[in-house]
Design a protein around this ligand. Structure first.
Ligand SMILES: [Ca+2]
Ligand SMILES: [Ca+2]
Length: 133
């Protein structure tokens, strides 16, 4: 029993340490995205449940939303609300986990939306911060 509790604590600590959070905004449609975070919404126009991350995430399949859906391949709008820094304030979104499958979008610092390639919606599976797009 004690080892299970300790194991759970380590798992929670690992999640916190990686900066992985699954958050629902205060209300749908506000597009709220915490300072320093990259956020992805289930719907366009920053509506519906969202996921937010302070750091990289190599696998979106374990990020569950308040509606019971998974953000993996269910992302329709994004915002880079990160902190300005040289070589690390752009967000690249990848089709596959572990930053594979091709880059489907790159958001400059402060940008939002669903560009630069056609129809990148519902494809995101991992993301990481980096330099200029
Ligand atoms: Ca994840
Ligand atoms: Ca994908």
């Amino acid at each position: 029993m004690r080892s299970k509790v300790i194991g759970l604590l380590f798992a929670l600590a690992a999640l916190v340490g990686l900066g992985l959070t699954t958050a629902a905004p205060a209300s749908a449609g506000t597009g709220a995205c915490g300072s320093g975070n990259f956020c992805a919404w289930y719907l366009t126009n920053y509506e519906g449940p969202s996921a937010s991350w302070a750091g990289n995430d190599a696998n979106w399949s374990d990020n569950w939303l308040s509606n019971g859906q998974n953000i993996d391949n269910d992302d329709r709008s994004w915002r880079n609300n990160g902190t300005a820094c040289g070589g690390c304030d752009h967000v690249r979104i990848y089709d596959g986990s572990n930053y594979t499958g091709g880059q489907i979008a790159c958001l400059h610092f402060g940008d939002e939306g669903w560009y630069p390639v056609a129809n990148p919606m519902d494809r995101g599976s991992s993301h990481r911060w980096g330099g200029e797009c």
